[in-house]
Design a binder for this molecule. Structure first.
Ligand code: BGC
Length: 674
């Protein structure tokens, strides 16, 4: 029997109580099954960058132990690879580990937009840009689900802060909702069909996500065609019956069957149509049987291969922000001093529900030893464990060490308490002990390389005083190896920022309205998030969106369009050439932006609408083709309740970053408004 027919027949055999029972969890991590009907109970587990399977005591804030699993780089680093294939491979590896551990769904990826650099969970999210977010999420989901394991794309929607995340009402205008906060989910739903979508805790324009028919049914199911189910974030359910009616099928974790009784009572009282319940149960059973089919078979994965993959991804997600005098890559014989506690005690993942137990943990000190083949390295901790104050004696020790070195590597960044679920940062600075160390060493040495470990942007008051900056993000269990590979030229850096690094917090467009409260947070900046704001108003930034250096150089030329006069609503094919003009093999992320030159509606200066990562040998040139559909030119018209492309001039911009546009063409698109 076809699986859908089997499910329909099972629903017919169920009592009302049994149907209601399936709509909430058995406990923290398990869905309910029904033994008499052969419906198994499947397990779900956090996510997103590794499995947090709790065999013992359960919690949703990452307190209790979980089974060792591969800790991949966190989402900020994954996005900085801009590499769809690589992200797919990470997804596939996560899926394999789920199969090994008999976990049916991994709770991730997170597709929330980085509205402010201060959001405590930014390390779990991809980007400030919705197109990049959607493309990375899509690859991640397709990778996991290629293994017959489900994902839970979260936290849908408009959950861009931790402050009062359970109750805050995000007040957002329709254009910002449609153009900034939803397209990431839309791209991934249409291109990957996540088996589940997790609704967030917060309200959106007055209604809790978990009882929001506009978001859960009208948009997600009807407009985008989501065929999976919606699960609540853990404990997010407010009114169970309203939730079911809105299109939220599954409540997690279990509520000791309280809400199951509420559902039964509502049906019996005629307040809830049983068809609504049946449709929810159908989606839940579809998920259970899909996962069960996979989990019925035993599977063992190659954990060593996953560690190797994690290292590759960490290297590709690291962003070389600055490399004055081409000090990097270092020679194996370069006399280095390694400074900063993070070199021995790495910061490699964030805190909260994503905190997991790695199979092993590399550190930069040992990875460099192995890579350059020596027995010891001059090392000094430089700051205290908390780093919250400059420590003069540790700085003196580091200065002495630095004097004898040709190049000084300083490992700095944010400590654990800065980046955690449940808490936003209050500023964008590094711990004072880290800033002081960098400043003092930079004043005494001309060749300082700063390696940063952090999940979100920081201010760098010392940016002009140091020669090199390598943003390592939170690189996972093999992150240190990836950094060593870049420092010594085993890997040519190719990461690019998936978010702007502003000069200071006060420059961020949301600064006056973040995090709002006590009851509402108003998204007054509307569309002007990240580079959409900085580029529109001409605000200088520390490092722009899309920026990242390589050890080689690339040139762009011959930008051409299939319809140079405007495509009039048809797909526009954009072609151009990229050449590696340097001496090393390398990878380049070519970015494609669209600018609406003449518009009656307000529009940002440019918007990312395409990208590709190409690998080129020295001297090699490749021709790139990217497609722009009608949507790439459109804005959301709230009156029309649809996307609109206006007549008038557009620019097609191609380049190495949002501010390094190497070629542009002006077209008129289209001749008639629609
Ligand atoms: C988090 C989710 C997580 C869930 C289960 C919640 O607090 O917001 O991201 O998947 O807990 O641990």
């Amino acid at each position: 029997m076809e699986i859908q027919e089997k499910i329909k027949s099972l629903i017919q055999q169920m009592t009302l109580i049994e149907k209601a029972s399936l709509c909430s969890g058995k406990d923290f991590w398990y869905l309910k099954g029904i033994e008499r009907l052969g419906i198994p109970s499947i397990m779900v587990t956090d996510g997103p960058h590794g499995l947090r399977k709790q065999a013992g005591e359960a919690d949703h804030v990452g307190l209790n132990e979980s089974v060792p699993a591969t800790c991949f780089p966190t989402a900020s680093a994954l996005a900085a690879t801009w590499n769809r294939d690589l992200i797919y491979q990470v997804g596939r590896a996560l899926g394999e580990e789920c199969r090994q551990e008999k976990v049916g769904v991994i709770l991730g990826p997170g597709a929330n937009i980085k509205r402010s650099p201060l959001c405590g969970r930014n390390f779990e999210y991809f980007s400030e840009d919705p197109y990049l977010t959607g493309e990375i999420a899509k690859s991640h989901i397709n990778g996991v689900q290629s293994q017959g394991i489900g994902t839970s794309m979260k936290h849908y929607a408009v959950n861009n802060q931790e402050f009062r995340r359970m109750t805050i009402d995000a007040v957002v205008d329709e254009r910002a909702l449609r153009e900034i906060y939803l397209p990431g989910y839309e791209i991934a739903v249409k291109g990957a069909q996540p088996w589940t979508v997790m609704c967030s805790y917060n309200k959106i324009n007055g209604t809790y996500a978990c009882e929001n028919p506009y978001l859960m049914t009208d948009i997600l199911k009807d407009e985008w065609g989501h065929t999976g189910l919606v699960v609540t974030d853990w404990g997010a359910m407010n009114d169970r019956v309203a939730g079911l009616k809105a299109g939220v099928e599954l409540e997690m974790p279990g509520t000791r069957n309280e809400n199951d009784a509420t559902i039964v009572a509502a049906v019996e009282a005629g307040q809830l149509n049983e068809d609504v319940l049946d449709r929810a149960v159908e989606r839940i059973l579809t998920l259970i049987f899909k996962a069960a089919e996979t989990l019925d078979q035993d599977f063992a994965c190659d954990m060593q291969a996953h560690h190797t993959l994690a290292r590759r991804v960490a290297a590709e997600g690291a962003v070389l922000l600055k490399n004055d005098g081409d000090i990097l890559p270092l020679q194996k014989t370069t006399r280095i001093a390694l400074i900063g506690r993070f070199a021995k005690t790495p910061r490699y993942q964030g805190a909260g529900s994503s905190l997991m137990n790695p199979t092993r943990l590399d550190n930069l000190h040992d990875e460099i030893l192995k890579l350059i083949g020596v027995d010891n390295l001059p090392y000094a901790p430089g700051y205290t464990e908390k780093g919250d104050q400059a420590d003069e004696s540790l700085i003196q020790e580091a200065l002495t060490l630095a004097q004898r070195a040709e190049v000084v590597i300083i490992c700095a960044g944010l400590t654990d308490l800065y980046e955690t679920e449940g808490l936003d940062r209050s500023h964008m600075k590094l711990p004072p002990g880290h800033d002081a160390l960098i400043q003092r060493i930079a004043a005494a040495h001309a060749k300082v390389v700063v390696v940063l470990s952090n999940g979100s942007p920081v201010e760098m008051p010392w940016v002009t005083d140091v020669a090199c900056i390598l943003e390592g993000y939170l690189g996972g269990q093999a992150g240190a190896g990836g950094i060593a590979d870049i420092l010594f030229g085993e890997v040519n850096p190719s990461g690019k920022l998936a978010e702007t690094f502003p000069l200071k917090l006060e420059h961020t467009p949301v600064h006056p309205y973040f995090p709002g409260g006590p009851t509402t947070v108003e998204y007054r900046e509307s569309l002007y998030v990240g580079y959409r704001y900085y580029d529109t108003v001409g605000q200088l930034v520390l490092f722009p969106f899309g920026h990242g250096l390589s050890y080689t150089r690339f040139e762009y030329r011959d930008l051409m369009l299939s319809h140079p006069q405007g495509a009039n609503g048809e797909a526009l094919t954009v072609t151009f050439k990229v050449k590696n003009t340097g001496k090393l093999a390398g990878k380049e992320v070519a970015q494609l932006y669209v600018r609406d030159v003449a518009s009656t509606a307000f529009r940002p200066a440019k918007e990312l609408k395409g990208f590709i990562k190409v690998a080129l040998q020295p001297g090699e040139e490749t021709s790139v083709t990217l497609e722009l559909d009608r949507r790439a030119f459109a804005y959301y018209d709230p009156q029309l309740k649809d996307w609109r492309v206006e007549a008038g001039a557009f620019e097609i911009l191609v380049g190495a970053s949002s501010q390094d546009i190497l070629s542009l063409i002006h077209i008129s698109e289209p001749t008639r408004p629609y």
